[in-house]
Design a protein around this ligand. Structure first.
Ligand code: AMP
Length: 618
């Protein structure tokens, strides 16, 4: 294990390359480290003892960005430019978010497509990666202030169900915040590490991690074998948590006090006061049998049993998820060796009792449930700090591996620091009608544009049968075997044509070169991400222009003259703006074109449906 010295005169930590653990949460985020003197993980605290940084970002009029408690103050007064729950948007398209977009008070850019979502604040568009990077940047600054040393390297946690794109987005956010993200680990894995599970060799255990926070519930079933964690199943409810307990109490009081609902809708202050009181009652009832207070002069009360009756259906829902998770993992309750409690809402006694009864065992709940994930991230960071470079180069991929996509962008398939053997696959498609071949260029490195990375190989997948653009499905898979050899295979799934190539990514690569490539990726993160955002905006614009123009050609007679004219103008405007090179203006022009085309696209859809129904009549 690496030792960290302390400079007695300044109190700063001497080890320059300290690695922090970060719990980047939906509502709150935390940073933690293994403390040098005690060798115990601790969450970093401000002078006032506060630890949690609310994951809220406020964009002020003058361009001032604030993160944390100060930003939270604006949630109600400036809902359009105060961003919460950015984590829920990571790696998501608008189509993914459509059913839940009413949960957000700010504007999620609706381009009616599978492109990644953006948040619009005033005239500017932010990707979830940029938003998360603002939170990470704030955490970095605070950590540096507390530790009095630069913080450059981190382990960041993500939910076990995060897919590849969401993990990559989290890495990118770290990079943009000036952090070298050594590893992304699953939140339940971190929680297990915090309790010391998975640190012993020859240990095989099956663990259930029950995580009930403010707004989400997750249950994960993990298996640890010789220090390697495997996620057997995950289940949960992305909109169930302590906030729902508060709402249940609030509704109960509204009924009991006979408060008129319309009065409540009109009086947001009263609503907010009731909500805060309800949360206060809930917290107090975690340790006391009764709660007494008053609201606007009227006395209110709540006993623990009343509270338990109110939340019991919600707690039951979490247990149903536990049952489903066990079924998916093909396990029964008796197969679970340990149960770990995570998240602030697991402080509620009824929650603890219910989970204890369900799994029929004592729970791990001695650590602060808000901190346990961050603490585990620090444990992982410490393990990584103790590794030597030879080991790193032998057993993990020292640099990311990926292929070139539209606009010369690097699309990472296997992120750096992945344990080998490692496997990944992704589907791509053609850009032109009748395109018969596809060039696959394989690169290594951390930069966003392939021209700044190291080219490993290139080959052509030919013999793709003529199809309209977007129809062929080309599956590209990467396999790094135990000897460090990378096998890249490309296969067109409809026709079965395939081609493969083998390379040795580490061939001729020195430690110094790896280090330089990593350093440059942090140095140029800001400009890289700007270029990426611009190229992505241009690609999106080209796609939309393509579909709109062919729509116009096919449906000319269906549109009124003025619709035809305004659409043509919007197309012209977008074409001009693509060239000017400002991604925000491109997004605004896309939005404009969408606004114009939406009414007649919907009209056409309605007509098609009516026609289809007509056809059914006998
Ligand atoms: P998290 O998202 O893990 O930070 O969890 C926050 C949730 O935990 C919020 O709904 C809080 O109201 C809730 N919480 C915090 N402290 C307590 C407590 N003592 N008793 C019950 N719920 C709590």
């Amino acid at each position: 294990m690496a030792k960290i010295g302390i400079n007695i005169s300044t109190g700063s930590l001497q080890q320059q390359d300290i690695i922090v653990g970060i719990d980047l949460g939906t509502t709150n985020s935390l940073v933690s480290i293994i403390y040098p003197d005690t060798r115990e993980p601790v969450v970093l605290k401000e002078y006032d003892g506060s630890t949690l940084v609310p994951s809220v970002i406020h964009f002020g009029d003058s361009g001032k960005v604030t993160v944390g408690d100060e930003a939270k103050e604006y949630l109600i007064t400036e809902p359009f430019n105060t961003i919460f729950s950015a984590k829920r948007l990571m790696g998501k398209s608008y189509n993914d978010m459509r059913s839940v977009s009413s949960h957000f008070t700010y504007k999620i850019h609706d381009d009616n497509s599978d492109n990644l979502v953006k948040v619009q604040v005033g005239d500017l568009f932010y990707s979830p990666v940029e938003l998360s990077s603002l939170i990470l940047k704030e955490l970095k600054v605070r950590a540096e202030h507390i530790l009095k040393t630069p913080v450059k390297r981190a382990v960041i946690t993500v939910p076990a169900y995060f897919n590849d794109a969401q993990r990559q987005a989290t890495r990118d956010a770290g990079k943009l915040a000036g952090l070298d993200v050594l590893r992304i680990i699953n939140e339940p894995t971190a929680a297990s590490l915090a309790y010391g599970l998975g640190l012993k060799k020859d240990e095989t255990k099956t663990i259930a991690v029950y995580d009930l926070g403010g707004g989400t519930f997750d249950i994960s079933i993990l298996r640890i074998t010789n220090g390697v964690f495997e996620v057997l199943s995950t289940n949960g409810d992305t909109y169930l948590g302590g906030d729902d307990f508060d709402l249940a109490v609030l509704s109960y009081w509204v009924e009991k006090l006979k408060i008129d609902r319309s009065l409540l809708d009109a009086n947001k202050n009263l609503l907010q006061e009731l909500r805060l009181k309800a949360e206060g009652a809930k917290k107090e009832l975690s340790s006391m049998p009764d709660f007494y207070s008053e609201i606007s002069g009227s006395p209110i009360s709540l006993s623990r049993s009343e509270f338990e009756n109110l939340i019991s259906p919600l707690v039951s829902r979490t247990l149903t998820s536990c049952k489903n998770a066990l079924a998916d993992a093909q396990l029964s309750i008796g197969d679970i060796d340990e149960v770990i409690m995570v998240g602030g809402s697991t402080r509620v006694p009824l929650v603890k009792e219910s989970v204890e009864n369900f799994f029929q065992m004592k729970l791990h709940d001695s650590l602060n449930p808000d901190e346990v994930v961050a603490l585990g991230a620090a444990v992982q960071a410490d393990i990584l700090a103790g590794n030597n470079k030879d080991f790193l180069l032998l057993d993990i991929t020292p640099l990311s591996l990926g292929i070139e996509t539209m606009g010369g962008l690097m699309d990472v398939l296997i992120p750096r620091n992945s344990k080998i053997p490692a496997k990944a696959g992704r589907q791509y498609t053609t850009q032109k009608d009748g395109q018969g071949s596809m060039r696959i260029s394989v690169y290594q490195g951390e930069r966003d544009l392939v021209k700044d990375n190291r080219k490993l190989a290139e080959f052509n997948l030919s013999g793709i049968p003529g199809m309209p653009a977007g129809l062929p499905k080309v599956e590209v898979s990467f396999l790094v075997n135990a000897d460090g050899i990378l096998v890249v295979t490309a296969k067109e799934l409809r026709s079965g044509v395939q081609q493969a190539i083998e390379v040795r990514p580490q061939y001729g690569l020195t430690d110094a070169e790896v280090e330089k490539m990593l350093e440059e990726s942090i140095t140029y993160a800001q400009s890289d991400i700007q270029v990426r955002a611009l190229v992505e905006a241009q690609t999106e614009a080209e796609q939309i222009l393509g579909t709109t123009e062919s729509f116009l050609q096919k449906n000319k007679s269906f549109l009124s003259d003025s619709e035809n004219e305004t659409t043509k103008q919007a197309i012209l405007k977008l074409k001009q703006i693509i060239k000017t090179g400002n991604k925000d203006e491109i997004h605004a022009a896309i939005e404009k074109l969408n606004e114009i085309s939406r009414p007649y696209a919907e009209r056409l859809m309605d007509e098609a449906v009516t026609d289809a129904l007509k056809g059914k009549r006998i």
